[in-house]
Write a protein that binds this ligand. Structure first.
Ligand code: NAP
Length: 340
């Protein structure tokens, strides 16, 4: 008999067909349905869970007593209670790599967009203000040759650094938990303590995951260290930046502007002061949202779940210790990695 999985995201037809080939699939369009009786009944029976967006907390996990694996269609898993999964021996899989370049493109478009005031000037034109050639009031600032500080030099941070150094001749500074000698050699990137990076950068790009250590990593004190003519880009998770402090810094003109793909509360409430600021370029969390990349993410997450529920090691496993503990307890369980 096929295992039951709960799918809480609309996926592309071939991905759905793949999942149905392997599983009985209870389909829902997001976690907004999570209080419905049919959702709760499926959750109570589900051995697998796959989807994106929304909080999977300890209460949610407790309502799924048969759950063996969760496969998120994202690289970030800050919305999922990992400790609760680990305590129950439930595998968690994610989708790194396939979204790296697309998300780096998004971060870079935010950077270019705020520097050259793209959204503001496009709106100015649509509003009929282009009566004569533009003047100093419409000028942006250069990107090429400037200094970019990357907070979180991982897969996406490295891809942004390549765009900056190789495409735009920028000087790249970075901070991470560990040094990146290869990127230093390849791009001339230089490691800095966070405070020094903030003080030297013309653009600060946040690409660190949201964890207990990074929550509000960029707060009032850090924003005060930035140059008044510098811009903040956040394409990671909203809460890595203290949004109230950011709003305050922007209102006081402590920094020049911000490019934001992510927010502390999503969807961003329409009354957010950020939406009224001409020097803020805000996007609705679309870092990886291209047709090709979302398809690749869905496929990756589907294969992760297929492997996890078949007793094979999924390619992208967040909590391998769960698998190791299971292997010790039951030596028959396969530890072979997925062939893909
Ligand atoms: P990654 O490869 O794990 O890179 C994360 C980087 O952050 C690493 O360099 C890590 O340092 C660094 N880091 C971790 N904790 C830190 C701390 N306390 N202080 C400074 N740096 C720290 O992850 P990724 O694939 O690049 O993705 C990064 C994040 O982007 C994801 O977690 C996700 O939240 C976000 N994201 C957003 C979107 C979007 O739609 N906007 C799309 C994809 C991803 P080490 O290398 O030393 O470990």
């Amino acid at each position: 008999m096929k295992k039951l999985i709960l799918l809480y995201k609309v996926v592309q037809p071939d991905v759905l067909a793949l999942l149905k080939e392997h599983f009985e699939v209870a389909e829902f369009d997001g976690l907004a349905a999570a209080t419905r009786p049919d959702f709760l009944a499926a959750l109570a029976r589900a051995q697998g869970l796959i989807g994106m967006y929304g909080r999977i907390d300890a209460g949610f996990i407790a309502a799924a007593p048969r759950l063996q694996a969760v496969s998120t269609v994202s690289v970030g898993y800050d919305a999922i209670d990992l400790a609760a999964l680990n305590a129950r021996g439930i595998l968690l899989c994610n989708t790194p790599d396939v979204l790296t370049e697309t998300t780096a493109d998004t971060a870079f478009l935010l950077l270019l967009g705020v520097a050259r005031r793209v959204a503001e000037l496009a709106q100015w034109l649509k509003d009929g203000h282009w009566q004569r050639p533009v003047g100093a009031a419409q000028y942006g600032v250069d990107v090429h040759g400037k200094t970019l500080g990357i907070v979180g030099m991982g897969r996406i941070g490295g891809a942004v650094a390549r765009r900056a150094a190789l495409g735009f001749g920028m000087r790249v500074l970075y901070t991470a938990r560990s040094p990146k000698p290869q990127l230093e050699q390849e791009l001339g990137a230089q490691w800095r303590e966070l405070d020094a990076l903030l003080g030297e950068s013309d653009f600060v790009c946040v690409l660190a995951p949201l964890t207990a250590q990074t929550r509000h990593l960029i707060g009032a004190e850090q924003l005060a260290r930035m140059k008044p003519e510098a811009f903040l880009i956040n394409a990671a998770r909203g809460a890595v930046v203290d949004e109230r402090a950011l709003i305050d810094a922007l209102q006081r003109r402590r920094i020049a502007g911000a490019g934001l793909d992510v927010f502390e509360q999503e969807p961003l409430p329409p009354q957010s002061p950020l939406l009224a600021m001409p020097n803020v370029l805000a996007l609705p969390h679309v870092g990886s949202a291209t047709r090709e990349t979302r398809h690749a993410m869905e496929l990756c997450a589907a294969h992760n779940l297929i492997d996890a529920l078949a007793g094979r090691r999924p390619r992208y496993l967040v909590n391998p210790q769960v698998l190791e503990a299971a292997a010790t307890a039951s030596p028959t369980r396969s530890e072979t990695p997925s062939p893909r």
